[in-house]
Design a protein around this ligand. Structure first.
Ligand code: ADP
Length: 605
């Protein structure tokens, strides 16, 4: 099959060799996760292939003895009885095996699936923070997730593939002992059919891979059309018909290609089928002639018919099973790549106490996979208990600066020092214990109630008094007390608590107040707020910051666009194009009548 072919979409189809390697890896991975299941499946594959052959063998013996018994042979009569009993036992054995198999399958499936998924989550949650922003990691994770979800299924399919393979060889082998020419003829007749089926499924898979984007668009359209919160806009804009038409034309195009493939292969497949049928009929004619000539027992007719049919069926089954796992097996490579990503190290020393200073020393920064310098030669020092404001236009680099401060990224050049030691030499978890960081894209825990939304700020404590204070300081006490079930109210209108009380929906500003309360509840020595009050009205914001900046035992770093807030800071850093262009108190910066003054002119007046 040659080299891996890269398709338009960049998705690749595995070569046969890669497929074999991948299958071996699934087997190894399964064996490591659940050795018992693999062994059971292997034995099952052999049983599944051999029992029908034995049944055919006894059917042949039964038929032969029946004919003899009919001719008056007394010992043949007894033999028939034994053969029927043996056949019945085989049938019973198959039934028992199947029900054990179902049970083992269900329990092992669960074990294999949960273990693979758990390992994947562990890995995802231990990566360096920068990876969560990284598209390559996101793509890998998506595919790994898909693979993990389907792992148990792939595992079952592989067992089926092995079983079909064994059945095919066992069938041909059984014929070989009977008559080697017959075995050879059947083998030759199987090959073209298998080859064609293989080609067809490769073509279908290639088409599937080429069409991934169109299919993804189609399912996104279908999804949007069924979302209550999306449908309003779609109907208001009159887009529904347009989207339905788009969806239909994509579906029809996709199906047409598939049907064209079938048509293209139809005549060839017919010839292959004719060849198989000819081999099957030929074997039956041959065995009939042999029986008539007295060279074979009557029952061999049944034997040949059963065994040839099974060998051919298993060959076809093998190829179609193989094609069903092709895509999932391809995802295995991504899964393994994902599992090999380096985890963030936890062997580093811990930040033991609140630092006296945090210093940016000539820090320049580019995001991984990006060539744009987002921070350039930034130097600043934040002393303990200092209150800092960072200002600048959108895209100036403020949020990035905070990400570096939180140790989510490390500087490309220069360093961030904590008490004169590089931050990246400390364990990042211990650093985060010192911080209460409220990001612009904070999380709305809709599945939790109001109380938990605040307590999530520090899951190691449950302090009702601090909870009350945090809600008050974040201007959230008033609206939360008016909610139908107070702090027990869930924050999504389709969630109900155990008593059947329905949740409510909050406004953007209310969510922000709750997120601020969570941040305050954390009670960390260093508070970092990235535009924490953008959706909160000016009066409430003023009250929040009046209280916050009165805290003299906290280090506070806040990004803000409101002059009333900025005025309260000890030092203001103005950023532009990744550089700090001005710094000083708010009054000093206004007095300079430069960049800062121009940016805040309207608010100053
Ligand atoms: P600000 O907070 O001042 O609005 P940011 O620090 O968010 O600015 O962004 C500064 C620049 O960095 C912008 O040009 C933005 O496009 C770029 N940027 C932000 N996040 C990423 C990222 N994850 N990958 C690549 N570039 C980014």
């Amino acid at each position: 099959m040659g080299q891996t072919k890269h398709k338009k979409t960049g998705k690749k189809q595995l070569t046969l060799k890669e497929q074999a390697v991948a299958i071996a890896r699934v087997a190894k991975l399964s064996f490591q996760t659940a050795p018992g299941a693999v062994l059971f499946k292997l034995v099952g594959a052999v049983v599944g292939a051999v029992v029908p052959l034995m049944t055919a063998y006894f059917a042949a013996l039964t038929t032969t003895s029946l004919v003899d018994a009919y001719g008056g042979n007394e010992s043949a009569r007894r033999a028939v009885l034994w053969y029927v009993i043996a056949t019945a036992f085989l049938g019973l054995f198959s039934l028992v095996w199947q029900s054990i198999d179902q049970y083992i399958q269900a329990s092992m499936r669960y074990r294999v699936e949960s273990k693979v998924a758990d390992q994947m989550y562990e890995q995802f949650l231990s990566l360096d923070f920068w990876r969560y922003d990284d598209k390559t990691t996101a793509d890998l994770y998506e595919k790994a997730q898909k693979f993990a979800q389907l792992f148990a299924w792939v595992f079952d399919r592989l067992a089926a593939i092995i079983s079909q393979l064994i059945a095919m060889f066992a069938g041909v082998g059984a014929l070989f002992f009977f008559n080697s020419w017959l075995a050879l003829a059947v083998l030759v007749a199987i090959v073209p059919g298998v080859y064609l089926q293989f080609k067809l499924s490769r073509a279908q898979i290639a088409h599937w891979n080429n069409n991934v984007d169109a299919r993804r668009t189609k399912s996104m359209i279908e999804w949007s059309l069924l979302q209550p919160d999306k449908i309003t806009e779609l109907r208001l804009y009159g887009m529904v018909r347009h989207l339905l038409d788009m969806r239909m034309s994509m579906r029809d195009k996709d199906e047409k290609v598939r049907i064209d493939f079938e048509r293209h292969f139809m005549s060839k497949r017919l010839m292959a089928d004719v060849l198989q049928a000819a081999a099957e009929v030929g074997s039956l004619i041959w065995v009939t002639l042999e029986i008539i000539a007295g060279r074979q027992a009557v029952g061999q007719f049944v034997y040949v018919q059963q065994v040839v049919g099974r060998a051919m069926g298993a060959a076809t089954g093998f190829v179609s099973e193989l094609s069903t796992v092709d895509e999932e097996v391809a995802n295995l490579f991504e899964y393994q790549q994902f599992m090999q990503l380096e985890r963030s190290s936890s062997r580093l020393k811990k930040v033991a106490s609140t630092p006296g200073s945090i210093e940016f020393q000539d820090v320049s920064f580019r995001y991984p996979n990006s060539r744009q310098w987002v921070l350039r030669d930034v130097s600043l020092t934040i002393r303990q208990h200092q209150h800092i404001a960072i200002v600048g236009e959108n895209g100036a680099g403020k949020t990035t600066l905070i990400k570096l401060l939180a140790g989510l990224y490390t500087p490309t050049k220069g360093s961030v020092l904590v008490d004169n030691k590089p931050l990246n030499e400390f364990d990042v978890g211990s650093w985060h214990k010192q911080l209460a960081l409220l990001r612009q894209e904070f999380t709305e825990y809709g599945f939790a109630n109001v109380r938990d939304n605040v307590l999530f700020g520090d899951v190691e404590k449950n302090d009702p008094e601090q909870l009350r204070v945090a809600l008050h300081d974040a201007e959230a006490a008033d609206f939360t007390s008016k909610l139908p079930y107070g702090l027990n109210t869930f924050l999504m209108n389709w969630i109900e608590d155990d008593d059947g009380n329905k949740g409510v929906e909050l406004s953007g500003g209310q969510w922000q107040r709750l997120a601020l309360a969570r941040n305050f509840y954390r009670d960390a020595p260093i508070i970092i707020l990235d535009e924490p009050t953008s959706a909160i009205d000016a009066l409430a914001e003023a009250r929040i910051f009046n209280r916050l900046f009165k805290e003299k035992d906290k280090t506070i770093v806040v990004i803000s666009h409101r002059l009333t807030t900025i005025k309260k800071a000890d030092v203001v850093y103005m950023m532009k194009d990744g550089r700090i262009v001005e710094q000083g108190t708010c009054q000093e910066l206004i007095g300079r009548r430069d960049e800062f003054y121009r940016m805040f002119e309207s608010q100053i007046q």
